[in-house]
Design a binder for this molecule. Sequence first.
Ligand code: HEC
Ligand code: HEC
Length: 411
Amino acid sequence: MALTGTALFPALALAATSGAAALEALPRVERATETPLYAFALADAGPGSDAAAVLGQRLYVDRRLSSDGSVSCDGCHLTYQAFADNGHAEGVHHSPLHRAPPTLFNAMFNATQFWDGRVATLEQQARGPLLNPTEMGNASEAALVARLTEVEEYREAFPRVFGRALSFEDVIAALTAYERRLIGLDAPFDRFIAGDDRALDASAKRGWALFNGRGRCIGCHAYSPANPFFTDQRFHNLGIAAQRTDLRARARQLQALAPAALDRAALSGEDLAELGRFLVTEHPADIGGFKTPTLRNVAMTDPYMHDGSLATLWDVLDHYNKGGTPNPYLDGAIQRLGLSESEIEDLIAFLESLTSDQFSARERPRFYYQRKAAQRRRPERDPDAATGRRGDRGDALPAPVDRSPATLGAF
Ligand code: HEC
Ligand code: HEC
């Protein structure tokens, strides 16, 4: 049975009718509740988490969580852009960010958080933006607690929800309780996998076959009914960072970093940020490696990649098609693909089928804008490299055969 947010979380309905804080209805919870991962992720949520989630949603959009009152979580992870950014995110005092804010939708299922996986849990993660000087800029936990305690609504709400006075831990508990409600597996693709053959059009079906076949996408953007998020949760170098930085020279300069320094380096020291997973492990194979992101709702989370450097899905496909950007640490699975223009269109049609119903109205204009931009400019496009007429972008593996879309839906 498909559950709605209200059926699953009756407390949210109560909060909405009490009118206390004019809360928005939380996103609908559809088939995600049926995955084994959901029970696992919610096991961490703790008792009273419904009321905490409502409070967390209030905090999520409140700019008073930042030192100068200018930035909320929502200011960088835009609710209406599937909780990702639009390329214009900035921290307090207009600080530029050297990494792009990923979507928070389904983020509770991430094996690690951040592009370099430097922390494991949502709780550890949330400390980062609150205390990082280029994000929300709070000088200390106590400074944030003091500011929020001045707000009558919070002075009243925290004891009601957590049974004690407002504390830093409980701010985090509320925020993460809300993040654990940002889930959904309600895209056309999910209906297709569940057996509705009409949920995808012919182009998207061909795209799904290419995704599994000659596109070689599934190897990293792994999908299975038990792990339906299109990520292997691992780290790979696609040459995105290598476009601007001499990774080898940077890696030699790196000194071991303490956790707080690591968090700062990841966001404010541009060249260090580009070292990716290496910042965490100091293992040379991890230089310029970044976490495989989920592809859910990807049609509306442009710009793409850890640094937001690719503007459209066409740029992403062009980058893969030519075999990435060569560098000494390029992942072995990245090689030229030789895809035709119509195959690129099919892959993009498939990616668009991963948009959750709750976002589809917002996705359409955003996607249309991307398509227009790609018609004007395709800076990554290099058909000669993609087809092997020029350069050596690898032909190591025999091309897998595209499986018939008809057999792919049936698990
Ligand atoms: C100034 C912009 C900004 C603000 C404000 C901000 N974030 Fe982020 N967030 C980012 C960026 C950039 C990253 C990626 C950083 C990295 O990978 O090093 C990120 C990463 C994350 C991640 C990891 C997701 C993943 O897939 O790995 C989570 C979860 C998250 N933020 C939650 C929050 C919460 C909760 C708040 C509010 C307390 C918040 N963020 C405030 C910019 C921001
Ligand atoms: C070797 C592993 C690997 C393969 C193969 C791969 N990807 Fe990726 N993908 C990644 C990683 C890692 C990133 C993030 C890289 C970065 O930011 O530096 C990424 C990023 C993306 C993004 C951007 C998402 C975002 O939110 O910014 C899209 C879209 C994408 N991949 C689609 C595809 C498609 C389509 C294919 C097949 C043609 C594919 N990927 C093949 C690992 C892979």
